[in-house]
Design a protein around this ligand. Sequence first.
Ligand code: SF4
Ligand code: SF4
Length: 668
Amino acid sequence: MLKPIDSTIESLIFLMMLTGSVGWFGWLIYRRIAVITAGQPQNRFDRIGHRIAAFFSLGLGQQKIRDRRFRSAGFMHAFIFWGFLVVSINTIQMIAQGFNSDFVLPGLRTGQMSGRMYFWLKDIFEILVLLSVFYALVRRLIIRPKRLTLSGSANLILLMIGILMITDLFLSGLEVALGLARVHTVIGTLFAGLFSKTGTTFIAWFFQINWWLHLTTLLFFLPYLPLSKHFHIVTSLPAVFFKRLDSGALRFLDVESGEHFGAARIEQLGWKDLLDIYSCTECGRCQTVCPAYESGKLLSPKEFNIALRHHLKKYSGQIIAEKRPKGSADSTKIIGRENMVGASIADETLWACNMCRACEEACPLSIEFIDRIAEMRRHLVLEESRFPESAVLAFRNLENQGNPWGAADREKWTEGLTIPRVEQKAGSAGFEYLFWIGCAGAFDEHGQKTSRAMVKLLNAAGVSYAILGNAETCTGDAARRLGNEYLFQTLARQNIETFGKYGVKKIITQCAHCYNTLKNEYPQLGGNYQVVSHVEFIAALLAKKRLEITRPLEGKLTFHDACYLGRHNGIYTAPRQIIKALHVDFREAPRHGENAFCCGAGGGRMWLEESPDQRVNSVRVQELAGLKPQIIATACPFCTTMLSDGLKDKNFNIPCTDLAVLVADHLE
Ligand code: SF4
Ligand code: SF4
């Protein structure tokens, strides 16, 4: 082994550099942790087995990074990440060799198989990282994809990574050239060829240059990480380990005794939210899939994160000072500071979100947006009474009539049908399932059609069921997503009381939003039921031959996945089983399944004004119509209405129908 440091002065310089770098890095990490832990408590230590699995698959395995939609950039990033992990073992050894040139890590000693394997692997990964860095620079400097935030800082980091790889490869080659290498790898031998004719004096000098350049770059790189967006190199593994494991439900808010409602100041977000803000890589995948962004609204999830990171950066000193005991020197630094809502995040940005979860699904680190946005909406509604004009009417209708339409009779759609009511059944044979109609199923023209079709299917299959009729009130989904948690809880408690009165245990619903709220959010208020979506129920009846489709559906059909069945609840198979049973010519939408594009109704936006040139449903219907289908099928009344409106606006003569209606029309 060549001696990288051969004088006391050099040893001292190296020691000072190392201490300075590690000390600075440690100080910055301490401050970041102090800021993150200033956030509100969140339990992310549950289901440890799932968390470990996510750590290995999403973290170490880089599974989401390699998503097929972003494959080339994904592999580029994954190679850099894996390369870093592999090379860091050698880095530890190199630092130790600065003090003792004979130091070798256990397992890497001469003659050990593990050492031979490691150095082969290291050289291969260094080449892969170098190629990846080159590709990354070409993307950033020449291709310049719109989704990326192009910054000098990112280029500097890439340059440093490149220097680290090249100098390490040179060091391998120089050791081989002098016959001092413990392992002769192909790449080391190739590089040795470059130096073999230069003489030992040059090699020793060049070795010193490379060693110092490598270590100096590394020691600058380390404290630079927390100061840049590349802090994700440190936070990405914790971010995926602590990721949200459940889906669908917004966070519970104690409206009776809570000290504040929602989040106005950044530390009123959860600690994991703050970790997410630091973890964002600014890759822009979330922005690419966001319906609000694609339809031209102010919201970009990536920019939302960046704005919050700037806000955190600006106020981190004060946040830390506020954590100190009153009376300590730093606590006097506290001065009034701006709320994130209003100052760093515009109201319009918050109201643009469809809460469709496409961003969270696409994000390689599973960074969470919806709860943060919901918390900020809660602050606006409950503490400042600041919300779009169009939400006023929806809130008023929900308060006065128990539905956002403001309509009066929930049973009107049942005219001419014989449908069992809970009060009739409760005293006699009872009922197994409550058929939950939902506001759209009761009042909206498309929803009513689906309700009638469901009645036909339930009767045909001999299901024991009953409806609540006028005893039903809105689940509160729209109120909750529009930030009116108080109204949501009022409506939800009313329904839970009604369910208790009639002994409801199992619920079928044709509305994706009702499904999500009844299943995932009512348990927060003590309402626990077995909730099943109509598509799951119909698919099961078809599989058991309790329903049989005897006439195939003519024409070409495409299917629109509802966000609140799909991404929020993982229901993708049941609708496709129904489509298969219909024997129809089926074409998947370009964006389907987990990658499906929202219809524009989610997040309470069904009830907000949308400028004609920024309509999400226009974007979606143009995509679906591009397949030239004869039918667009859905599994949610809100999707059916939004897409039908969009098709009409864009002059597409294509019917949009719920799957239940198609099945009911094609029964024996
Ligand atoms: S939830 Fe949907 S609309 Fe909201 S930021 Fe994410 S992708 Fe955009
Ligand atoms: S939130 Fe996730 S997807 Fe969006 S820019 Fe950040 S890392 Fe990329």
